[in-house]
Design a protein around this ligand. Sequence first.
Ligand SMILES: *[C@@H]1O[C@H](CO)[C@@H](O)[C@H](O)[C@H]1NC(C)=O
Ligand SMILES: *[C@@H]1O[C@H](CO)[C@@H](O)[C@H](O)[C@H]1NC(C)=O
Ligand SMILES: *[C@@H]1O[C@H](CO)[C@@H](O)[C@H](O)[C@H]1NC(C)=O
Ligand SMILES: *[C@@H]1O[C@H](CO)[C@@H](O)[C@H](O)[C@H]1NC(C)=O
Ligand SMILES: *[C@@H]1O[C@H](CO)[C@@H](O)[C@H](O)[C@H]1NC(C)=O
Length: 367
Amino acid sequence: MKFNPFIAFFVFVLLPQQKFVQVVADLDSDKQALLEFANGVPHVKKLNWNLATPVCTSWVGITCNTNGTDVIAVRLPGVGLYGTIPSNTIGKLKALKVLSLRSNNINGSLPSDIPSIPSLQCLFLQHNNLSSKFPVTFSPRLRIVDFSYNSISGTIPNVDLPSVRVLNFSYNNLSGSIPSSFKRFPSSFIGNPLLCGSEPLKPCSESVVSPSPSPLTDFPSPKTGSQNQHATSKSKLGVGSIIAIVVGGLAFVFLLLAVIFISCLKRKHSGSNGMLKSKISQNDKPNDFGSGVQEAEKNKLFFFEGCSYNFDLEDLLKASAEVLGKGSYGTTYKAALEEGTQVVVKRLKEVAVGKKEFEQQMEVVNR
Ligand SMILES: *[C@@H]1O[C@H](CO)[C@@H](O)[C@H](O)[C@H]1NC(C)=O
Ligand SMILES: *[C@@H]1O[C@H](CO)[C@@H](O)[C@H](O)[C@H]1NC(C)=O
Ligand SMILES: *[C@@H]1O[C@H](CO)[C@@H](O)[C@H](O)[C@H]1NC(C)=O
Ligand SMILES: *[C@@H]1O[C@H](CO)[C@@H](O)[C@H](O)[C@H]1NC(C)=O
Ligand SMILES: *[C@@H]1O[C@H](CO)[C@@H](O)[C@H](O)[C@H]1NC(C)=O
């Protein structure tokens, strides 16, 4: 809404509610953008979004700032969104800080106006079917970016993201090598079979560039020039080197046995500290944190909305837990994580549903 400066001056002088007019205008444009998004992206679950109701207080998944002047968070995990997000919808929310559209079925390209919303801090798009290229323009405020489990393809541009703390592009279809600006995110790109780089990924060598990786490249082989050379050197192994390998192997086994033996002795003789450590490492907490743990490991579920501390089972096992109550489905714990974050954990007794269904149910509980 544009004001003629002359009229605006009069409104300002004559009506003390001028600010109110501006506020409504901001919120109206946010409302419009959101409705365009809801109309443009089909969804399985109904959203109660309509023009007649107030955005900030009654629309599902929407959070406004305390003033009620702008939409600052849109969280629609697992509502069955499918199809492609049009540009000029969510990308128009000027004050958006958190966008979570994870666990839906969004496909096609992500409009470039979304990751570049200037105020955006957290972007959760994991578990969709996005097939964009790697975004080039990111908001300078972005702290958490999760695109894992999509179909993002192409190479990674060398963009600098100084404010990003957590980045995840695991399980996509990226290719090429990791540019230098992303070297500080070593475990953010696992599960991209065409991508090469340092440790969790396969090393970048000439043979990796071709689309059919040879099994040899799975190991960081010590500077083999070409595979031909590798093969010939293998056939030339003399008796001397075989003996050396056998002796070396035996020495290694002996050393390993010695280490195990010594550590067993130590454990027997050490005090309560040692006991505690070994207990935790065996996933065998005193209370009833024990037997279900391996099961739970498979369904690593964490709700994790907003921009807060990311945690997983490891953290929970390390945390000090306090029983809050026991219900018919299981026990509820309060756990304090290391960073001072508190989480509530509910351990379910017997859940006979698939992982996908379980996650969908949890998305419902989450809201
Ligand atoms: C509320 O609005 C005022 C002015 O409109 C602004 O200065 C302040 O930062 C806003 N507060 C929040 C929490 O957005
Ligand atoms: C996205 O999915 C819809 C069906 O859900 C399909 O009609 C459309 O072709 C898909 N678009 C792309 C780009 O894959
Ligand atoms: C993702 O989209 C591709 C086509 O673009 C389709 O073949 C595939 O089944 C989709 N995956 C899911 C989980 O919907
Ligand atoms: C992955 O990307 C490559 C191109 O980089 C493409 O040829 C291939 O079809 C893609 N695979 C999938 C499953 O989308
Ligand atoms: C990214 O997500 C994958 C799958 O959820 C996980 O295994 C990996 O540790 C994550 N990486 C980072 C850096 O969070």
